[in-house]
Design a binder for this molecule. Structure first.
Ligand code: HDE
Length: 714
């Protein structure tokens, strides 16, 4: 039986995890659509019980199949129609349910009810995605990540359809199809999949200098996040928030991850794409199942209407940020993702986000990219979800009531009663009726912005500076981050067949961002380094913005970090368990990795279950490695190429490695240069070794090791 707090029947509770029982108003509403076949008869779609699901109907056991077989025909026909078009961009994604909680009453800023009271909770559904790849592409490719949030507010749905990079490639929506065609696999052979490292992408972006800033972000570590939990999110465009008095302010939306922001290293992304193409979605799924929830704070940068023109860029230009040092981010509330979907297709695939889904108190600006998106998202759902009733698909339904005269069309679910399907009417006493705008609970009212002008196709001169903020981003990077950017441009341009495209990108784009960047990439590609920019550079109003560098976004602890413990028969079980316990006490997690999936017998006779063999959970899926002592165990590991490769690879990827007792000899045999992330101690030293290991792990990577790591053959 269901109880009021827990919509999952108690007879099923034992087979479900704690996390899947988290619920909210939206999840409870979805309950009427969920179906569970446990204990139920197999039927046709018409509810007829099926006696034989193994054989088609035939006139004789070796005879031809009969057309009459309605059971087979229904099954095959449904199967034939099971695919819908994948999203033209952001096809690859994963999603989760959760809750947003307002930190306070923000009604000075907006009349949106979900921000109007401290502690107010609003259900959310969030979908993360890559942009360029197909539905089946790898998670860890270099790309922008989508970060789309549907708030099921009591005043209707608000969709914040953002990315993990705060700017965009183009300024005007009319260029979007060109951009997407250029970045997607090339038209003649559909190669490469989910990668920008090819001629048509670099051809386009080298001809379109407004892309320079965003391309730089994509070539930075921001383009290869380690986890969805460790990404910042951005609304990108400037929006308006409007309060009950009608005062409008400009805002930029931010999601600040409580886990901190950190990324993969490039070699790791390449390997993960093959060894665990589901790396990010698996992490999201498994973490939520374990009760280790993903959390962000929602923040806004607020600009008074009167200050619209007080920046050296245009607030309507989506290729620009407002540096956080100029306008700090004010936190409005916290989002926790705490429940996985029950069904990928029904929820994650069918969710329909739209930047035009807003509620009273929120409004658009004239950003020409935003304006184009307002058209595109409905249009794309019409195709993708097969008609104008996509709002009735359970995951898309608001928790707020829906009543209007939009009727009929394919797959209509609602049975509208009454005789009037028009307004005004008198036959149904005029219902449903308009609601005048009000301080709260009122009808939607657009901000009455004054507009004057000539109808022209033009780009404002205030959109003309394409390089200053790219230079600011470059200046704000740490030394390792700069090296990664140089490496990324080198890799990508190295895949470009046409030398003139490589040259154009270096001479006409990179040289205008920074001459050192241009020279280093030129040298790597064997090109002549440019000696001067091709545009006149404006003096920067801000030399550097610390908020842009990931090194300033670490959380300070090791919560949610994953550590591999390498074991074989004869391992020191006490050390394994002590280390494991210490990790768990800090919210981190350990997995036991052995020579094969078979359990391992420790030196003291204990049997330890192995979570995976070396190739089952390779070092790339972990943040650090621990090798406990035990003569026989260390002997076995030392003779296994896979085990040695495991350690070398973790070292190469700048991860902390701790070794106890005999395991120190194994590490020493690899002749790795000692650093703060290579930690050793006697068998009894679990405490101090763990402390040093945790300190190194909290830094995410041992950046000082990077120049040496290049020499590691792993
Ligand atoms: Fe999108 N974008 N976009 N986009 N976008 C889509 O809508 C589009 C842009 C973003 O998880 C599509 O339902 C145009 C910026 C996300 O379901 C489509 C333009 C930003 C998602 C579309 C942009 C985004 C999409 C494809 C330029 C960050 C995935 C499927 C004017 C602020 C949502 C769909 C999900 C998806 C159009 C630019 C974010 C075709 C025309 C800028 C996160 O409608």
């Amino acid at each position: 039986m269901s109880d009021s707090k827990n919509p999952i029947p108690s007879e099923l509770a034992g087979t479900d995890t704690v996390d899947r029982r988290n619920h909210n108003a939206k999840l409870d509403a979805l309950e009427t659509h969920r179906s569970d076949a446990t204990g139920q008869a197999l039927t046709t779609n018409q509810g007829v019980r099926i006696a034989d699901n193994q054989n088609t109907l035939k006139p004789a056991s070796r005879g031809p199949s009969l057309l009459e077989d309605f059971i087979m025909r229904e099954k095959i026909t449904h199967f034939d129609h099971e695919r819908i078009p994948e999203r033209i961009v952001h096809a690859r994604g994963a999603a989760a349910h959760g809750m947003f909680q307002s930190y306070g009453d923000h009604s000075w800023l907006t009349k949106a009810s979900f921000l109007a009271a401290e502690g107010k909770e609003t259900p959310v559904f969030v979908r993360f995605s890559t942009v360029q790849g197909s539905r089946g592409s790898a998670d860890t490719v270099r790309d922008v990540r989508g970060f789309a949030t549907k708030f099921y507010t009591d005043e209707g749905n608000f969709d914040l359809v953002g990315n993990n990079i705060p700017v965009f490639f183009i300024q005007d929506a009319i260029k979007f199809p060109d951009f997407v065609h250029a970045v997607k696999p090339e038209p003649h052979n559909e190669i490469p999949q989910a990668q920008s490292a090819h001629d048509s992408f670099w051809d386009f972006v080298s001809l379109v200098p407004e892309s320079a800033h965003m391309v730089l972000w994509a070539m930075s570590d921001r383009g290869i996040p380690r986890s969805y939990r460790s990404m910042e999110g951005f609304g990108v465009h400037t929006f308006r928030l409007i309060n009950a008095e009608g005062v409008s302010r400009f805002v930029k939306f931010h999601w600040k991850p409580l886990a901190g922001a950190y990324s993969l290293v490039w070699d790791e992304t390449l390997k993960l794409a093959g060894k665990d193409p589901d790396f990010n979605r698996r992490d999201l799924w498994e973490s939520i199942e374990m009760g280790d929830y993903f959390e962000w704070e929602l923040g806004v940068q607020v600009v008074e209407e009167a200050d619209e023109h007080s920046f050296d860029f245009d607030l309507l230009d989506a290729t620009k940020i407002i540096p956080e040092e100029l306008v700090p981010v004010q936190k409005l509330g916290k989002m926790t993702l705490n429940r996985n979907p029950d069904n990928f297709f029904a929820e994650t695939e069918q969710v329909a986000f739209h930047i035009g889904h807003i509620v009273p108190g929120i409004d658009f600006t004239n950003d020409p990219l935003l304006q184009g998106r307002l058209f595109s998202y409905t249009d794309t759902q019409l195709l993708r979800l097969g008609g104008p009733n996509f709002h009735e698909i359970p995951i898309n339904r608001p928790v707020a009531p829906v009543h209007n005269n939009q009727r009929d069309a394919f797959h209509r679910q609602t049975i509208n009663r009454g005789r009037a399907n028009y307004e005004p009417n008198s036959v149904d006493n005029g219902w449903p009726k308009e609601t005048p705008p009000a301080a709260s609970g009122g009808g939607f009212e657009s901000y009455p912005e004054r507009i004057e002008g000539h109808k022209i196709r033009d780009r404002s001169p205030s959109f003309g500076d394409h390089f200053s903020q790219a230079t600011l981003f470059w200046n704000s990077m740490s030394a390792p981050e700069k090296e990664h950017i140089i490496g990324a441009y080198t890799f990508e341009l190295g895949k470009v067949e046409r030398i003139f495209i490589r040259e154009r990108q270096v001479n006409q784009i990179l040289a205008n961002i920074d001459l050192e960047l241009a020279a280093r990439v030129a040298k790597n590609l064997g090109l002549t380094p440019p000696t001067a920019p091709t545009v006149e550079k404006k003096p920067l109003s801000l030399e550097s913005s610390p908020a842009l560098s990931l090194v300033n976004h670490l959380p300070g602890g090791i919560k949610s970090r994953k550590v591999a413990i390498l074991i074989a028969d004869g391992v020191d079980a006490a050390a394994v368990q002590a280390f494991q316990k210490k990790l768990e006490a800090e919210g981190a997690m350990a997995k036991l990795i052995g020579p094969s999936p078979a359990p391992v017998t420790a030196a003291d006779g204990q049997v330890l279950m192995v979570d995976a063999p070396f190739d089952g959970m390779p070092s790339v899926v972990f943040d650090g490695v621990f090798i406990p002592g035990g003569v026989a165990s260390v002997q076995t590991l030392g003779e296994m190429g896979d085990a040695l490769h495991y350690v070398l690879e973790a070292y190469k990827h700048l991860k902390p490695i701790a070794a106890l007792g005999d395991a120190q000899r194994l590490v020493a045999s690899l002749r790795l240069q000692t650093d703060e992330g290579l930690i050793g101690g006697a068998d009894g030293d679990v405490g101090p070794v763990f402390d040093s290991f945790a300190k190194a792990l909290a830094q995410h990577r041992i950046w000082a090791r990077e120049p040496l790591a290049k020499a590691i053959p792993a």
